[in-house]
Each structure stands twice: as C-alpha cells, then as structure tokens.
Design a protein around this ligand. Structure first.
Ligand SMILES: [Zn+2]
Length: 233
C-alpha cells in the first residue's frame, strides 16, 4: 500500500471510529436520562396527591353528615323522650329539628359533590398510573434496543481500535503527525479522496500539478486552501 493510500485507510478507520463513538455517547445519554418516564411519573404523583386530597375532603364531608345525624338523633330523643313538657321548649326543639334537617340536606349535597370529585380524581389517578406503566414499558423496549446497539458498537470500536493500532507502524512518523494535526484542526477530516479537479472538502480548484501529485504513490499532495491531504480516488 502506498503512503497516501495508508493515510486514506487510516482516515476511513478514524471516521468509522468517530461515528461509532458519537453514537455510543448518544446512547449513554439517552439511557441515563429518561425525560418521558420522569414526566409520566410527575403526572402520576400529581394525580395521587389530588386523589388523596379529595379522599380527605370526602371523609370530612362524611364526618360532618354523621355529626349532623347525631345532632338530629339527640334532638329527637329529647323531643320525644318525655323529659321536656314545656310547650315553648318543645316548640324550640321542633324548630331546631327543622333547622338541623335543612342543614343536613346541605351537608348531604356537599357530600355527594365531594364523592363525585373523589371518583373523578380516582379515575384520573388510574389513567395516570396506566400511562406511567405504558411509558415505562415503551422506554424499557427502546432501552433494550439501544443496549443491544451499544454492545454491537462497543465490539466495533474495539475492532477498529485494534485495526488502527496495527496500521500505525506502517505510517511514517511525520505523516502521522501531519495527519493528527489536520484531524484536530479540520473537523476530523485530514485525508480526502479526489475524483475531479476540486478538493471535495473545501471545494477549492486543484492545479494540474496537485492532481498529478495526488496520483503519485510516493508523494503527498495537499489542498492549497484547506491543507488537507489529497489522494486519488
Ligand atoms: Zn481543500
């Protein structure tokens, strides 16, 4: 293999490594963050808090109705127990019974409203919990797929790194230094294969002499504009 061809092969290896490593970084990020599950969990937590609040309100409404029923029972016992005989007191007790019954009606109305609100909150909670379970299952599937892809990529990276190690001794030290410098300063792309008369990386037109050199197995041609190494495709 000629020197330019070795550099080009190294470049191809490095581009595949760059792509594999970039995808691995994406996968690691996606596996570590789970915005969807967090959002569904937040909605389920909020629904749980709302359901709890409505449950407390319902219990309070029920307790008020019971207390009112107790007051009415006490009133009726006094009214019909025979201990009160004074007509004015009996009339007061009857008026009190009527007032207590009216208020009981209002309390029962509130209890019914609270019951309906509680049932709605329970339905919302059930829906939020189902949604959370669905999201968890879907994300777990995606994660399984990504974990599989991650395994494949890790194997690929290990193989590419090994190939790269093997190819390095074949590249002249000064060429390798130039290659690394261009990789660092030219967005990872140091070597480009040309087929026409322009640099495929920056678009600069190549002179006939440059094109001629790029076909040489021993000489290194470089783009006059971007400085990248040119090899004949
Ligand atoms: Zn160029």
């Amino acid at each position: 293999m000629s020197e330019p061809a070795r550099l080009h092969a190294l470049q191809q290896l490095d581009l595949r490594l760059d792509a594999a490593r970039a995808r691995l970084a994406e996968i690691e990020l996606a596996l570590s963050q789970n915005a969807e599950v967090q959002a569904a969990q937040g909605a389920a937590d909020a629904a749980k808090a709302a359901q709890h609040e409505q449950h407390t309100a319902l219990r309070n409404a029920e307790a008020e109705v019971q207390a009112q029923q107790q007051k009415i029972a006490n009133n009726q016992r006094t009214l019909y127990g025979g201990s009160v005989t004074n007509p004015k007191e009996l009339e007061d007790l009857q008026n009190e019974a009527a007032a207590l019954s009216r208020h009981l009606g209002a309390l029962e109305e509130r209890q019914l409203e609270t019951m309906m609100a509680f049932e709605e909150a329970e339905a919302s909670l059930a829906s939020a919990q189902t949604s959370l379970e669905d999201t968890r299952a879907r994300v777990a599937d995606q994660n399984r797929a990504m974990t599989e892809e991650q395994k494949v990529l890790l194997t690929e990276v290990a193989e590419l790194e090994s190939d790269r190690e093997d190819s390095l001794p074949e590249v002249a030290a000064e060429m390798l230094a130039l290659y690394q410098e261009l990789r660092g300063s030219r967005a990872g792309l140091a070597v480009v294969a040309i087929s026409g008369n322009e640099c495929p990386a920056c678009g600069a037109t190549l002179s006939a002499a440059q094109a001629q050199v790029s076909r040489s197995p021993t000489q290194i041609a470089r783009c006059a504009d971007c400085g990248r190494i040119l090899v004949s495709a």
